[in-house]
Design a protein around this ligand. Structure first.
Ligand SMILES: Nc1nc2c(ncn2[C@@H]2O[C@H](COP(=O)(O)OP(=O)(O)OP(=O)(O)O)[C@@H](O)[C@H]2O)c(=O)[nH]1
Length: 656
């Protein structure tokens, strides 16, 4: 055990603060359970011995999937306690949610893995458990995790019943033909209605009512049966040990001292430190430095064999080299792709700029490292005349964007300027010169500044989503009203039971990214749930013209307008802004989904004048000098952060 503690301490001292905290917590729990003779007190040597004696038939790889707050992380806690991986009653909740942002918001944003040993009918099993996030914005984490699993625990809250994300996750698991262990949670709550929820599960998913387990993850009731059912229902991994090594990368993150760390699922053969491996996607070669098992603290291993999930540190320095879904194999050996994991495409885009250009390098490195820990984010270089050099990042939703920015601040101490989110429009070009230049007649535009002139565009297509809403019947009227207001077209509306309905709407993505979910929650007193999936692009004549001030949505200026009128409206708005805003209070970073080119140009002109006036207190000579330098491209604009006007003040000005 002391070897394990020393190793944990060594890891802890070489990691960034939140990881240090997590490792410290793991260390404390290791110490607390030192008197018990359970599996978690095993030294790394003993763990290795146990693993090498374990046949593939005694391994189970599974995820816990559910709607937000249905109790996944709490159930994971109980499973870890039951198997001795963490101490009972150690006052720890949601142990696998170890990011600061997860603890502050009380949600899981990153899937976490724990390998646990469990004795069933006198045989020891290795269970690789993955706790997944429930929010729709992090569904990429769920799909990624399912690529390394043979089954899932489908957890449903016995009070709230089946929700939109339960339906979406169930279909994800079905598509991958995974075994499903249905579990009802929170049966300790007085108004829980497990009988009704079980009937709903039968109706919606065709699950046998007798097979639904009932537990209270909070109190630990019935949790042991869950583990037994996992062993009996979920098949062992279909892998081969007596052939060459091949593994799937299904998660990765960045460690300051060890570079990119990869979580791998070994499909064939085995791997040892010192061996040379190669990436199938990049063809780059690496030397294996260390291998470890996450229990959930790292436990060093000498061999990782087929069927097992483990952490691999190799000399992967650059975060971009670690590709989720990539296959690793032995150097110079032919191999086929290990998995069929397809990453989800981002749907919400926002510009990220350093507050000051001197912080450019720090922000770039912070983005690189955070992206490695969140493979769903896409990054491309962007620049703005007002904000300087920056990046355009793609996210899976608004919460995803918020969480990413919070992580940049908390984990890397950078505070960027974030522009208002927008979606990707697909345009059909009419200009033969542009068609020739791009080699095709359609372009996907996620940055309005790159929009060609309107007379070169024949059609605008906007992205649509198929939204699923589950709501108590009492709120159906206002919710239909909201969907119609947001240009939604109803596809279906069915009764789940006497009290609840499931509705499906096709909605323009731009209508839901900002506040749709909040409105839905407030209209239904928090009872309705919403999830959505991609539904392709559709020809549109309408756009929502949003004007954003310092990244915030200014509601007074949101209009749904005809595409062809958008530019005119944008111009009018610039004039209105000029009238309304006192010169010394000029705002910048005004954007619109369409037509922002004109808007930005006009605004930046006004901004430049006023910024210089403000910065130099009307000193004409210095102001002229600065303008001249800017014109010559020698001097970059000063950051807007220095002259930011509070949003409320600005709204007051607009209302006058
Ligand atoms: N009464 C009761 N509360 C529970 C039970 N299981 C979980 N909870 C509570 O439900 C809330 C959400 O639990 P989590 O475990 O964070 O839920 P989650 O599904 O992991 O949440 P996300 O990761 O955000 O999707 C917490 O306040 C838990 O204490 C239970 O069996 N009974």
């Amino acid at each position: 055990m002391y070897k394990s503690i020393n190793w944990t301490l060594r890891q802890a001292t070489g990691q960034c603060s939140w990881k240090r905290l997590a490792a410290y917590r793991a260390l404390c729990s290791t110490l607390m359970r030192s008197s018990s003779a359970d599996a978690a007190t095993l030294s790394p040597d003993a763990v290795q011995r146990q693993l090498s004696e374990l046949p593939v038939e005694r391994i189970r790889n599974f995820s816990i999937i559910a709607h937000v707050d249905h109790g996944k992380s709490t159930l994971a806690d109980r499973l870890l306690e039951l198997t001795g991986a963490i101490a009972r009653n150690a006052g720890q909740n949601q142990v696998l949610d170890n990011l600061q942002v997860e603890r502050e918001r009380g949600i899981t944003v990153k899937a976490q893995t724990a390998s646990i040993f469990y004795k069933h009918r006198n045989a020891t099993y290795l269970l690789n458990l993955i706790d997944t996030p429930g929010h729709v914005d992090f569904s990429n984490e769920v799909s990624r995790s399912l690529a390394a699993c043979d089954g899932v625990i489908l957890l449903v809250d016995a009070c709230h019943g089946v929700q939109a994300q339960t339906v979406a996750n169930y279909h994800l698991a079905k598509q991958r033909q995974l075994a499903i262990v249905p579990v009802l949670n929170k049966i300790d709550i007085k108004h829980a209605n497990p009988d009704q929820v079980t009937k709903d599960m039968q109706l919606l998913f065709g699950i046998e009512t007798a097979s639904v387990l009932r537990v209270s993850a909070k109190l630990g009731t019935g949790v042991e049966q869950v583990l037994q059912r996992v062993i009996e229902t979920i098949p062992h991994p279909r892998v081969q040990r007596d052939c060459d090594f091949r593994a799937l990368i299904f998660d990765s993150w960045f460690d300051k001292y060890r570079g990119a760390l990869n979580l791998i699922y070994v499909l064939n053969g085995q791997l040892q430190p010192g061996q040379d491996i190669q990436s199938l996607a990049t063809k780059k070669m690496y030397n294996v430095k260390t291998l470890s098992l996450l229990r959930p603290a790292e436990c060093p291993l000498e061999t990782l064999s087929a069927g097992q999930v483990g952490l691999l540190a190799c000399n992967m320095r650059n975060s971009k080299e670690s590709i989720i879904g990539d296959t690793l194999h032995l150097k110079h050996q032919a191999a086929t792709a290990a998995g069929s994991y397809k990453p989800q495409q981002p749907i919400v885009f926002a510009g990220i700029f350093p507050v000051d250009q001197s912080r450019h390098v720090a922000l770039r490195s912070a983005i690189d490292k955070t992206v490695l820990n969140d493979s769903a984010v896409t990054v491309s270089v962007d620049s703005s005349p007002a904000l300087g050099q920056g990046w355009r990042l793609g996210f899976l939703g608004l919460l995803h964007l918020e969480v990413f920015c919070q992580r940049l601040q908390q984990e890397h101490d950078v505070e960027p300027i974030i522009t208002a989110p927008s979606v990707t429009y697909r345009i059909v070009l009419s200009n033969p010169r542009l068609i020739k230049q791009h080699g095709r007649n359609t372009l996907d535009i996620s940055n309005a500044a790159l929009l060609p002139e309107p007379n070169s565009i024949e059609q605008y297509h906007e992205p649509l989503v198929l939204g699923t809403i589950i709501t108590p019947s009492d709120y159906v009227g206002p919710i239909i009203g909201l969907c119609v207001e947001r240009r939604g077209v109803q596809q279906s509306c069915v009764n789940i039971d006497e009290q609840r309905m499931l509705m499906q709407y096709v909605l323009p993505l731009s209508e839901i990214i900002l506040d749709f979910h909040d409105r839905l929650k407030s209209l239904s007193s928090g009872y309705a749930s919403f999830s959505y999936e991609d539904h392709g692009y559709h020809l549109t004549h309408l756009v929502r013209l949003d004007i954003h001030l310092n990244g915030r949505n200014c509601e007074e200026l949101c209009r749904i307008v005809h595409v062809s009128k958008a530019l005119g409206v944008a111009r009018q708005m610039v004039n209105k802004l000029k009238e309304l805003i006192p010169r010394q209070m000029v705002q910048i970073a005004i954007q619109a989904c369409v037509g922002s080119k004109v808007l930005a140009r006009e605004t930046i002109k006004a901004y430049r004048k006023d910024v210089t006036a403000k910065l130099y207190g009307g000193d004409v000579t210095r102001r002229m000098k600065l303008l001249k330098q800017q014109a010559e491209g020698k001097k970059k604009m000063r950051s807007i952060a220095n002259i930011r006007v509070p949003h409320d003040t600005f709204i007051d000005v607009l209302k006058r």
